[in-house]
Design a protein around this ligand. Structure first.
Ligand code: FES
Length: 144
């Protein structure tokens, strides 16, 4: 644990993870406050450049959370998102960042506990890695 406040962005599909986050809030479930949620109509809308730009602007981690396999409202949006996340992990490795700074999760709208677990797991993982060197070094445009 670094103790440094983290900046993690969660790109959440409105049909599942966003609703699960909303349910978790309604149930007063606690989860780390380091995650900012960005609502998407489907994780299939998540593109590689957006995520790389987020890292360039100084985020410490990115999570994508989409519908369960077979349940995407746009058929294969979540599968495309998973492929893109894998590609981004490779690109992060190539530029010297830990590939684990980005991860894909799948859940349904009813899975509030799983959302909390995913956010907690991601926060603990990024905490272990520490803040992004792009942020620490001030190389990111949004860096400190
Ligand atoms: Fe939820 Fe596609 S509609 S991931």
């Amino acid at each position: 644990m670094t103790g440094t406040p983290l900046n993690i962005v969660a790109f959440c599909c409105e049909h599942c993870a966003y609703a699960a986050a909303d349910l978790a809030g309604g149930l007063r479930m606690q989860y780390p406050p380091d995650v900012r949620i960005v609502q998407l109509p489907c994780t299939g809308r998540l593109d590689v450049l957006t995520v790389l730009q987020a890292f360039d602007e100084g985020v410490d981690g990115v999570m994508a959370a989409g519908c369960l396999p077979g349940n995407c409202h746009f058929l294969e949006g979540n599968l495309n998102a998973r492929r893109r996340v894998t590609r981004i992990q490779g690109l992060l490795g190539e530029i010297g960042l830990e590939p684990g700074r980005v991860e894909m999760f799948n859940m349904s709208a009813a899975m509030a506990a799983e959302f909390v677990t995913a956010v907690t797991e991601m926060t603990e993982r990024i905490n272990e890695m520490g803040p992004s060197p792009l942020r620490v070094g001030g190389a990111g445009r949004g860096g400190d």
